[in-house]
Design a protein. Structure first.
Length: 227
């Protein structure tokens, strides 16, 4: 069964997208550190397979499990879940750090692109990377695996709270990913975090300009309090 939870307001997603070129995972995490949220990044090893820029969107969660018996309905919830994807969804697949199969590939990507998803992140494996790259669909994964998920892994729920690397991810949370890693911004504070991120980005611009113009690092830090 899938469980529906309240999502981040569409306006908040639009605001994040509007300034996407100013954002990065490191900057977002700096701001959340200041709010006492110091464990909002997924562990190293989840890397971009098809994208080198910043990807951000609203978490669309899938919970996967490993198994080894014959199950003709392996794909059922997986397909239903992808069919329910909406524009600006960032698909999040929690597998319990499993490399048992490539849970995401070309055909699921075709459907996700058609539904205007922004990308996928998983602590599991993916496959068909060359074909997905040709579709310019951002994929972040911990593993590569050529194996099909049939009778190996399956979705047991979607639109539920999941956990990856000790980070709780709720449907509607903001997911920001780039070459540095993956950050999760709880939906309840997304607007506040974005405001503070943009303020810090502005101070970093001032710091950078001051140093380029001859200021010492210590002097610039004393003035702008960013690093």
């Amino acid at each position: 069964m899938n469980q529906t939870t309240s999502a981040t307001p569409v306006a908040a997603i639009a605001d994040w997208k509007h300034v996407a070129d100013r954002l990065g995972v490191a900057l977002v995490l700096d701001v959340m550190d200041g709010k006492g949220l110091k464990q909002q990044a997924l562990k190293p090893g989840i890397i971009p397979r098809t994208s080198q820029g910043v990807t951000l969107g609203r978490a669309k969660t899938f919970l996967w499990m490993d198994f080894a018996h014959d199950d003709p309905d392996t794909y059922e919830l997986e397909l239903k879940g992808v069919d329910s994807v909406q524009e600006d969804d960032f698909i999040v697949c929690a597998t319990g750090d499993s490399y048992r199969s490539g849970i995401w590939g070309e055909l699921l990507t075709t459907a996700a692109v058609r539904r205007h998803a922004v990308g996928i992140v998983t602590d599991g494996g993916v496959r068909d990377v060359a074909q997905i790259e040709a579709m310019r669909f951002p994929v972040y994964s911990r593993y590569l695996s050529p194996y099909d998920s049939f009778n190996r892994q399956k979705v047991v729920a979607y639109d539920v709270v999941v956990e990856i690397d000790g980070v709780s991810i709720r449907p509607g949370d903001i997911v920001v990913a780039d070459r540095d890693g993956v950050a999760i911004v709880p939906a309840r504070i997304a607007d506040e975090v974005l405001k503070d991120v943009m303020a810090k980005a502005g101070r970093e611009d001032q710091f950078r300009d001051a140093v380029k113009n001859g200021s010492g690092l210590f002097e610039a830090y004393q003035k702008y309090h960013v690093l």
